[in-house]
Design a protein around this ligand. Sequence first.
Ligand SMILES: [Fe+2]
Length: 219
Amino acid sequence: MTIDYHSHILPSMDDGARDIDESIKLLSVLRSQGVNKVCLTPHYNVSGTVSEWDKNRKASFEILKNAAEGKDLPALQLGAEVLISKGISNIENFEKLIIEGTDYILLELPWRKYSPWMSEEIDSIIAKYKVTPILAHIDRYLTWYKLEDFFEKFDFADVVYQINVSSLKSLGFRMKVKKLMKKGYHIVFGSDTHSIDERPPHFDLFQKHIDKNTVENVL
Ligand SMILES: [Fe+2]
């Protein structure tokens, strides 16, 4: 079973798929790359209330489900990519951001120098909602933080680290990922696809370079 843990495929929801045609194209590409299930994770970054955002997400999901019906496409699961910001753990209706039917949540770290409030917010989310974090595209931060610093600062019980499959293009990075997996870090993969032209899915790299038997799925 190959799962895409991170995608921006819901039509007209965020900076991802612009319309339903693009959504279906992205899902077809993922299917052709051997993906069985896709977690739909539009951005949530506190620019509006969660309930308003959730209403839009449900409407977008309905359109996608109807268009996908009867087609050979991956199964779909609703989630969110939640940007860690100060106070995020206390916002109203936060629980709607948890991946549907699970106790996992996809969290995106802010693109800035580390401050302790970042891990404190994640600790609060874990304690308050009894969820396990999946940290989005850690490949971005591993080029920035020192490897050991990153894992020391973002070490939570059962934490899962998500890697963007596009980063597997680099041999050096692939070796790093394999080492982490061997060491027992819990690693899953995502396309983080946004569009057909600029940010298409690259699960072909996952199929080529990662032994599926070594990936332990959580969804
Ligand atoms: Fe993303």
